[in-house]
Design a protein around this ligand. Structure first.
Ligand SMILES: [Zn+2]
Length: 164
């Protein structure tokens, strides 16, 4: 069965996430940035590896893409990520002038500890941004992506929660 380009890139992001899971200090969130059908950046979450709370997969990929293109603007590029981007990464995508964000698992698919805010949905960041040329789409291969994370209904001990 032929899959769409979007699916192909999301599967690539899932592979990056799995690599992140397998390595000490990195985590199973994968991100790939594509422009004109070619990968310009790819990363997984390396927060603990780098001792850097901003080292989310999307942030690392945006930095890598900027360095590679020698430009802070990534117009026309598409960012694929396995998990709905947090506020920081969403704002960075807005500043980077990305054209499209496509994510896999959304905040309703996984444990809420992955999200920094209980009420604010980062979808609103995009809706409220001074941009009418950036789209955000979620749910692509959502089940495959959600399988990388702690499920929504799981009881996670307080000490092991990410945002506490
Ligand atoms: Zn983030």
């Amino acid at each position: 069965m032929e899959s769409t380009d979007d699916e192909r890139w999301m599967r690539h992001a899932i592979t990056l996430a799995r690599q992140g899971e397998a390595r000490d200090g990195s985590h199973p969130i994968g991100c790939v940035i594509v422009r004109d059908g070619a990968v310009i950046a790819e990363a997984c979450n390396e927060v603990d590896l780098r001792h850097d709370p901003t080292a989310h997969a999307e942030m690392l990929a945006i930095r890598q893409a900027g360095a590679r293109l020698e430009s802070a603007e990534l117009r026309g590029a598409v960012l694929y990520t396995t998990l709905q981007p947090c506020g920081m990464c969403t704002m960075a995508s807005i500043w980077a002038k990305l054209g499209r964000i496509v994510f896999g698992a959304g905040r309703d698919d996984v444990h809420r500890m992955y999200f920094e805010d209980r009420h604010l949905d980062t979808m609103d960041f995009i809706r409220d941004a001074f941009r009418d040329d950036l789209s955000l789409e979620g749910g692509l291969l959502a089940e495959d992506c959600a399988a990388l994370y702690v499920p929504r209904w799981a009881k996670v001990p307080r000490a092991q929660r990410i945002n506490l």
